[in-house]
Design a protein around this ligand. Structure first.
Ligand SMILES: C[S@@+](CC[C@H](N)C(=O)[O-])C[C@H]1O[C@@H](n2cnc3c(N)ncnc32)[C@H](O)[C@@H]1O
Length: 414
């Protein structure tokens, strides 16, 4: 079967779709397993593109499939998954229908193959088109409310590449020389697909890749240098270290703590490449006790990561009430620890890359510290804090400039 060109990429896409939708795996995990036997980078990229488009447009593809069937196919039927990936290729990746048929139908045999062929050919003869933005599943619309449609529109185009600079002084000059734009000091936005490792300054560690929204929590702690030497910050849940790098570059003396040795390995590599410094601690924040006091704590808590749905469309389907509840409990416990360790007069910033109220504003409301409201002046032009002085970003914001990942950020002082 694998001697048909293009078939391994479709088979890998099928495995990824099933792993995410029926086994609850992340797309990243599924990709590692499914693409193991794919040789060329182009086939690997194609399989990921197909699976991602299926996950973004799943509700619309299923609507089309169901519209031409007398009896709907079960949700987990292989023929449905193959039809989904056929529609993704045809309607989203502009693959000609005959090529779609030739490369995807061999994934099926016998009656199911004839059935998928019939459904695809029927749709092919109709004047069909997708809506302007992917339709989100009902449970996601229930959770994201008014923003669901706007966020969905942010999923149509893959996100641009954001760089965070170690040294902010030359932001404009670097942005111009790289052909990018800057939306904040120390930030450069480049077109999607820019070959990162060929850009000037990569080997020298002058910058790292970090979505603009992901840089905002550390920015809200300000500079760490002062007349009495560097201030101390605890970067709680730090790996792989995007915010550790920012804090160290802003002059803070950083203690970076994380439970995962594998992710701390990446943090170490990042520090090495950029020449920045931090004390690294591998520990469970729920049981660890600090031996010193900090001037600030940044808690970038583990979360459902639904704010990263542009890059990780699996979250749209994988995350439900149970996962949100579990994460909210963990975040609450971590917040309690951070509050306990914070000396009087010190600041706490809490952040999650989640779009869920239970992980964002509902958590912030339970914190009994004095709020330090976030102001518009501290944010990139076009962003506003909420009425409560918190920050909420999502894929529909700064859309003309390429959008943002979804984050919730709150700040207090003890
Ligand atoms: C959102 S990620 C952090 C991203 C990181 N701050 C950055 O900017 O690159 C959350 C991190 O929390 C860590 N984590 C989860 N539970 C933890 C715990 N109980 N104690 C310490 N770290 C934990 C995970 O290993 C993960 O690296």
């Amino acid at each position: 079967m694998s001697d048909i060109p293009g078939l391994p990429a479709r088979r890998a896409a099928l495995q990824m779709i099933d792993a995410v939708l029926h086994r609850g795996e992340t797309l990243e995990q599924a990709e590692r397993n499914a693409t193991r036997h794919i040789r060329g980078p182009a086939d690997r990229a194609l399989s990921i593109a197909i699976a991602s488009e299926v996950l973004r447009w799943l509700v619309d593809f299923d609507g089309l499939i169901d519209s031409v069937m007398k009896k709907p196919l079960p949700d987990d039927a292989k023929a449905r998954s193959v039809l989904r990936l056929m529609l993704a290729q045809w309607l989203r990746l502009d693959t000609p229908p005959h090529a779609v048929i030739a490369t995807a139908l061999p994934l099926l045999t016998g009656g199911t193959r004839r059935l998928a062929h019939g459904v695809f050919s029927t749709l092919n003869k109709q004047e069909i088109s997708l809506p302007d933005a992917p339709t989100m599943p009902d449970r996601v619309i229930d959770r994201w409310g008014d923003r669901a449609e706007i966020i969905a529109a942010g999923l149509i185009a893959p996100p641009p590449v954001d760089l965070a600079l170690k040294n902010w002084a030359d932001t404009d000059e670097r942005a111009a020389s790289m052909g990018g734009v800057s939306l904040a000091p120390g930030h450069i936005r480049l077109p999607r697909g820019t070959p990162i490792d060929q850009l000037p300054g990569f080997a020298e560690g002058d910058w790292w890749v970090q979505d603009l929204a992901a840089t905002l929590p550390a920015r809200l702690l300000g500079q760490g240098g002062g007349p009495n030497g560097p201030k101390r910050v605890l970067d709680l849940c730090a790996a792989p270290g995007g915010k550790t790098l920012q804090l160290a570059a802003a002059g803070w003396q950083v203690t970076a703590l994380d439970i995962s040795e594998r992710r701390l390995g990446k943090l170490r590599q990042n520090l090495e490449r950029t020449g920045l410094e931090a004390e690294i601690i591998k520990a469970n924040a729920l049981t660890w006790q600090p031996a010193k006091q900090f001037d600030a704590i940044l808690l970038d808590a583990p979360c459902t990561a639904t704010g990263t749905c542009r890059r990780h469309p699996d979250v749209i389907h994988r995350i439900g009430d149970r996962q949100i509840e579990e994460m909210a409990e963990l975040q609450n416990a971590l917040l309690e620890r951070a509050i306990e360790w914070l000396p009087e007069g010190s600041a706490l910033v809490y952040a999650v890359c989640s779009l869920e109220s239970a992980e964002g504003d509902a958590q912030a409301e339970s914190v009994g510290l004095t709020p330090m409201p976030i102001t518009a002046e501290e944010l990139p032009a076009g962003l506003q804090p909420t009425d409560d002085g918190w920050l909420r970003t999502d894929a529909g914001m700064l859309s003309d400039e390429g959008g943002l990942d979804g984050f919730f950020v709150a700040r207090w002082v003890k």
